[in-house]
Ligand binder design. Structure first.
Ligand code: CU
Length: 195
């Protein structure tokens, strides 16, 4: 069982729990994450107190520890990395025609040609529902009760490798559309998980 508890406060180096927006995650709010695994599956519990009442927040596990800004937590933890390029570049067609000498070679200048192969960019769709979904990621969205408390549980038929290193609270519930899957708005707080 891996567990982390933190009381959110403005960032200081080494802080476990950081709030980046005290209007949405007030200093003093407390969150706990617990991860239990068997050889084949995993379960994650999340509880939080001290948030705004009756409000939805997107919550996910992310790959990196928290830092001075929300971006430090890196991307969502993903079990499977499909990263299917929508349009794989086709190999360049180079006609290996015979080099025709045109007149005396003396003085002719040969300009080295840059490789015609286009740089294959490893571009991955920012939001792809086949990658960004609660089966492949760990989504722990909460809608807080009138007292500002919330909780969520996520179970998966897989285990963590390597372990996620943070839980990030976002400003809005997680979206699931074809172009915005996984998007939950600004990163408003972060809790670092032990390695
Ligand atoms: Cu997130």
């Amino acid at each position: 069982m891996t567990s982390a508890t933190g009381t959110f406060a403005a960032y200081t180096p080494g802080a476990t729990a950081v709030t980046y927006d005290q209007g949405l995650v007030p200093a003093g709010a407390v969150a706990t994450v617990s991860i239990a695994q068997t050889s084949s599956d995993s379960r994650v519990w999340f509880t939080v107190a001290g948030l705004l009442p009756n409000r939805g927040y997107g919550v996910h596990l992310h790959t990196n520890p928290c830092g001075a800004t929300g971006e430090a937590a890196g991307p969502h933890y993903r079990h499977r990395h499909q990263q299917v390029a929508p349009n794989p570049p086709s190999p360049p067609t180079v006609a290996p025609g015979p080099v025709t000498p045109s007149g005396p070679a003396q003085g002719s200048k040969v300009t080295p040609q840059a490789s015609a192969a286009p740089a294959a960019s490893a571009s991955v769709p920012a939001a792809n529902p086949s990658d960004a979904n609660p089966q492949n990621e760990v989504w722990l969205d909460v809608t807080t009760r009138p007292d500002g408390r919330g909780s969520a549980v996520a179970t998966h038929p897989w285990t963590f490798d390597p372990p996620p290193r943070s839980l990030v609270i976002h400003a809005a519930p997680t979206k699931t559309g074809p172009s915005d899957a996984g998007d939950a708005g600004a990163r408003v707080a972060c809790l670092t998980l032990p390695a």
